[in-house]
Design a protein around this ligand. Structure first.
Ligand SMILES: Nc1ncnc2c1ncn2[C@@H]1O[C@H](COP(=O)(O)OP(=O)(O)OP(=O)(O)O)[C@@H](O)[C@H]1O
Ligand SMILES: [Mg+2]
Length: 255
């Protein structure tokens, strides 16, 4: 008997639906992603055919040696850089169809970034830094301020809202970056070495914040890290070597 069988009562039918654990559509689906840098003799293939699916709400660690292609992969997944070839779907949408303003909007609305290259603008206040994604999204000044302060309160930084970002400590800067990553209620947070420059205790605080967002708010977490403890806390570890996936803990489970 199938759930659509007309002899099944509507109640049972809906109950059957709840029991059926159909896997949710992946939030990210990558197929044979390739990316090279440079030309001719200097051409370097940083991604040599990378494929995987990421489910909404998953926490995924991308691990591997320096130069293995982790940041390259993050930039491609976060639509900051296009792959040379391969397919990348975001919630079932072919990302090739996203261009210009539509691409910017999608990125700004769906993703939060905790990347070293998008650090804070030191001469601006902490609050100005945090509200920037909302400014880009066209949200009004009062609402920006309200949500910016709320995000800073969440990260226990509200008392630093008016300080210049340059004067924050390393851990405070990292928390401010997370506050900024949160203000647009992202579905996915991309973090590249979020605890890299922090001492153990501050790193643990930042790590806890990321996992709280993941577990309690269902935000998908994709994090590049050399930190084994952080990687171990993630639902899944994808190991990259020389531009290829050599190990994916999700596949071990499925096997
Ligand atoms: N813009 C670029 N031009 C040329 N080569 C590049 C460029 N960006 C990255 N590469 C090369 O691509 C390879 C992968 O770089 P990537 O930054 O993805 O490594 P990674 O795994 O993030 O390393 P790390 O752990 O040191 O951050 C490296 O060999 C790097 O030198
Ligand atoms: Mg890197």
């Amino acid at each position: 008997m199938t759930p659509s069988d007309s002899s099944v009562s509507p109640v049972l039918r809906s109950a059957t639906r709840t029991i059926t654990t159909e896997p949710a559509r992946p939030i990210i689906s990558a197929r044979d992603l390739r990316k090279s840098y440079g030309k001719g003799q200097n051409r370097f293939e940083a991604l040599k055919g990378v494929s995987f699916d990421i489910r909404e709400g998953e926490s995924v660690a991308i691990i591997g040696k320096s130069g293995s292609g982790k940041s390259t992969l993050m930039h491609v997944l976060a639509l900051l850089d296009a792959p040379d070839t391969g397919d990348l779907e975001l919630e079932g949408v072919d990302t090739r169809t996203l261009r210009g303003a539509k691409l910017n909007r999608t990125r700004n609305k769906t993703f939060g970034f905790v990347f070293q290259q998008f650090f804070l603008t030191g001469s601006n206040s902490v609050l100005e830094n945090v509200v920037l994604p909302m400014k880009i999204a066209g949200i009004g000044r009062a609402e920006r301020k309200r949500r910016g302060i709320a995000a800073l309160e969440q990260l226990e930084l509200a008392d630093k809202a008016r300080n210049k970002a340059v004067n924050l400590s390393g851990g405070q800067k990292q928390r401010a970056v997370i506050a900024r990553a949160l203000v647009n209620n992202p579905r996915i947070i991309f973090a590249d070495e979020p605890t890299g420059n922090l001492d153990t205790n501050t790193g643990a605080v930042v790590e806890d914040i990321l996992f709280t967002l993941n577990r309690e708010h269902g935000i998908t977490l994709i994090v590049v890290t050399h930190d084994e403890d952080l990687a171990a806390r993630c639902d899944r570890r994808i190991h990259i070597r020389d531009g290829r996936i050599v190990d994916d803990s999700a596949e071990e489970l499925a096997a």
